[in-house]
Design a protein around this ligand. Structure first.
Ligand code: NAD
Length: 319
């Protein structure tokens, strides 16, 4: 897809219409960003049911065509969003899903590629960094067009808890979770700021010290959020649905937005040939650039360790 214009109104295909896929489609529909949403699932009845349910709300939103389709309907899609696969169960980590979900991707990705060789693949299936890497290898697409939702959700969770604590709108908090979307993720505190002021300096404005113990406590809440939600209600889906919508918007509107999405890293503080999240510029072409921001030595070591955790698993997946 050229960076200048689309030859048709924006179309999104969603492969996997379970909790995450359908929440994403619902959010996308409400945001009014695209004019066509096609829902694809191995469980055709589920896709049909979701399409019917969503269509019954079309009179309340901007015009959009939603239907249950098949892989040939990926043709002309600007973005194919993949959420198909197994989800974490109580007591499972995201990495426990890798082998089974890679097998599912071996079925799905070639079928998408058969009908669409020019669009962007946006992956949400967990473990999302490994699945993004698998999608890249199985599709043969250029790395700029294979994106994982990465730590966009963790970053949003961090902004929420900081916003709550500081009593400011989370949109005025700039703070990033980088690395794996999972247990080895890293809070890049050195880059965190509020109203253009470094987080630690902002504590003087706020009138309360944000010491290491406090920040670590906040990070633990973020890192363990999915486990807690799964314990409470079985799944997480609304916030990732909104996060995926944000990524889609930044692509469709050619925003050059800076988002912590997962993409193939090359010599990023010594991290190479693995998909991980770092602050990244996203536009109509997909990944424009990963930003090599000034991390501290400690953050770099943690990022490298996050990468090597994933690399060890990639070796066993035979991609
Ligand atoms: P779900 O079980 O509700 O939905 C999964 C869907 O995938 C089902 O409808 C199933 O029929 C479909 N599917 C399975 N195999 C398929 C195949 N071969 N072809 C087409 N469709 C197939 O699960 P969910 O709660 O929607 O979670 C989906 C994925 O998203 C999981 O891997 C979960 O861990 C992940 N997730 C990611 C994030 C994130 O931040 N990236 C957040 C939450 C969940």
């Amino acid at each position: 897809m050229s960076a200048s214009t689309y030859s048709h109104a924006p179309k999104i295909a969603v492969v996997g219409t379970g909790f995450v896929g359908s929440s994403f489609a619902y959010s996308l529909m409400i945001h009014g960003t695209v004019s066509e949403i096609v829902l694809i699932d191995i469980d055709k009845k589920r896709a049909e049911g979701e399409a019917m349910d969503l269509n019954h709300g079309v009179s309340f939103v901007r015009p959009v065509r939603v239907w249950a389709g098949d892989y040939q309907d990926c043709q002309d899609a600007n973005i194919v969003v993949v959420t198909a696969g197994l989800a974490q169960k109580l007591g499972e980590s995201r990495l426990d899903l890798a082998t089974n979900n890679v097998e599912i991707f071996r079925q799905i990705i070639p079928k998408i590629k058969e009908y669409n060789r020019t669009g962007i693949l946006l992956v949400a299936t967990n473990p999302v960094d490994l699945m993004t890497y698998a999608a890249l290898k199985l599709s043969g697409f250029p790395s700029s067009r294979v994106i994982g939702s990465g730590t966009i959700l963790d970053t949003s969770r961090l902004r929420y808890v900081l916003g709550e604590h500081l009593k400011v709108d989370p949109r005025n908090v700039h703070a990033y979770i980088i690395g794996e979307h999972g247990d080895s993720e890293v809070p890049a505190w050195s880059l965190a700021s509020v109203a253009g002021t470094r987080l630690r300096d902002y504590s003087a404005v706020y009138g309360q010290e944000l010491d290491d113990l406090y920040l670590n406590n906040m990070f633990e809440q973020v890192k363990n959020a999915a486990y807690k939600i799964i314990k409470l209600k079985g799944r997480t889906y609304y916030a990732i649905g909104l996060g995926l919508t944000r990524i889609v918007e930044s692509i469709i509107r050619d925003e050059n937005a800076i988002l912590t999405v997962s993409s193939l890293l090359h010599d990023y503080y010594g991290v190479d040939d693995i998909c991980l999240s770092v602050p990244t510029i996203v536009n109509r072409n997909g990944i424009r650039e990963t930003l090599k921001l000034p991390l501290t030595d400690d953050e770099i070591i943690k990022l490298q360790s996050s990468a090597s955790t994933l690399k060890n698993i990639v070796k066993s997946l035979i991609l």
